[in-house]
Design a binder for this molecule. Structure first.
Ligand SMILES: Nc1ncnc2c1ncn2[C@@H]1O[C@H](COS(=O)(=O)NC(=O)[C@@H](N)CO)[C@@H](O)[C@H]1O
Length: 420
């Protein structure tokens, strides 16, 4: 969410962001509502002040005058009640539109309606060559008994899967390796709730925009979060942190749940796009300073690249376009990993800078060293998300007889085994 004063002083910048991000928001309606709201607030305040003076007049008046004052008072009260009802309606509509205001994208973001306009910044590593016909991860997993698909669908419907045997151990190894790497970078592991209330979903911007993507449990007023990012922002919502605590760095772990309504027909087989998956999330909460955010963006991106390089996977880093980055982002870089079965790169990581857009929604502030209270900046990036990353490991490191070579960095987590 943007600052009202910023919108008043930079209406064209907000109109431009709405346009390049493809947001359905009428900035002029918002500005008009803001003006009406301020005028109504002024009138209510004035009326309340006059109402107070009534009591003094009434005390001094004789009986005849008091009768007149009572009549005036009732008419006046009705008018004040109407004003307050108008103010409540205008305020509610204004708050609704404020939640739709987009962060202003950074000047280096390619302008375009969706990921087709994304620009590849660099490619690292080379796709593996096979002297046999490689299997896709689904075939390999089924051949080795590493996953149940049909049986899992009996249990949980489409896109369901169960990991079996060594695939479970490989998933744990990938997560433990990522957590150890992040702990080495002073990120605190936090196992967060995936069952969340509506507030943190609004605070992170997941609501109101994409309600249809989120599993809801209405009888408990709870939702299943699609990423640990939701709870990590939610943990500090409403707080005023001390500047000395910043930057807060979390390695958030949680199951992630997504209805994938928007991608109903895509990746319906295998492990690439499922309703429930596991993720280790890099999260930073830092001072409201562009250079500080830029520094953390670079570090979160570098850590994800370090993980992929350590795993020996070939990947590309992408600058996301204005129409792909989403309403709350200032900047977003995706990292796409090579999938031999697809013969192309698929997203495995997404690194975002949001400045104070989330903190303003979550009312997450800090007391600066000069005593000023400011909204913090938040950033997030994937460290590892499985089973999509497992699929990449299976496909890229498979051998002719259907074994999989274990990247060196994972061997300590798998009893030293080099092959499964
Ligand atoms: N439906 C899904 N099934 C499997 N993996 C998924 C699914 N949705 C997302 N992921 C994985 O999770 C990663 C992060 O998802 S994201 O929506 O792009 N970004 C976030 O959630 C941010 N909080 C950064 O992690 C993706 O890059 C992808 O690797």
């Amino acid at each position: 969410m943007l600052d009202k004063r910023f919108i008043r002083e930079n209406p064209q910048a907000v109109r431009d962001a709405v346009a390049v991000k493809g947001i359905d928001l009428d900035v002029d309606e918002l500005l008009q509502l803001d003006q009406d709201n301020r005028k109504l607030q002024f009138e209510v305040d004035g009326a309340q002040a006059r109402r107070k003076s009534f009591a003094k007049q009434f005390a001094k008046a004789d009986e005849a005058r008091r009768a007149e004052l009572r009549v005036e008072h009732e008419a006046f009260d009705r008018q004040l009640r109407d004003l307050r009802e108008q103010l409540a309606r205008t305020g509610a509509r204004l708050a609704e539109l404020m939640l739709l205001t987009p962060n202003i994208p950074w000047s280096g973001a390619p302008v375009g309606p969706d990921e087709a306009a994304n620009v590849v910044l660099r490619t690292v590593g080379t796709p593996p060559e096979f002297d046999f016909t490689p299997l896709d991860h689904t075939e390999l997993a089924e051949k080795r008994g590493w996953a149940e698909f049909a049986r899992a669908r009996k249990v949980a419907g489409e896109r369901a899967y169960a990991l079996v045997g060594d695939m479970v151990m490989l998933e744990r190894a990938v997560h433990s390796y990522a957590l150890d790497l992040l702990r080495g970078r002073e990120f605190t592991p936090v196992a967060v709730p995936a069952l969340v209330r509506e507030e943190p979903l609004i605070g992170t911007g997941m609501l109101p925009k994409a309600r249809e993507e989120i599993y809801a449990i209405p009888e408990d007023d709870l939702y299943l979060a699609g990423t640990a990012e939701v709870a990590l922002v939610g943990l500090h919502a409403g707080e005023i942190l001390d500047a000395a605590r910043l930057p807060i760095r979390y390695a958030g772990i949680s199951p992630c749940f997504r209805r994938e309504i928007g991608s109903a027909s895509r990746d319906v087989r295998g492990l690439l796009r499922v309703h429930q998956f596991e993720k280790v999330e890099q999260f930073v909460l830092c001072a409201a300073d562009e250079a500080e955010s830029a520094r953390w963006h670079a570090e979160l991106l570098a850590t994800a690249e370090r993980i992929l390089s350590d795993l020996g996977l070939c990947y590309e880093v992408v600058e996301c376009a204005t129409g792909d980055m989403g309403v709350g982002k200032f900047r977003m870089n995706d990292i796409n990993t090579w999938f031999p079965s697809l013969g192309r790169f698929r997203e495995t990581h997404s690194c975002s800078t949001l400045h104070d857009w989330q903190a303003r929604r979550a009312n997450l502030r800090y007391r600066d060293t000069d005593g000023t209270i400011r909204f913090a900046h938040t950033l997030n990036n994937t460290a590892v998300a499985t089973p999509r990353l497992l699929a990449a490991l299976l496909e890229n490191f498979q051998t002719a007889d259907g074994a999989v070579r274990i990247p060196e960095v994972l061997r300590p987590y798998l009893g030293g085994r080099e092959l499964i």
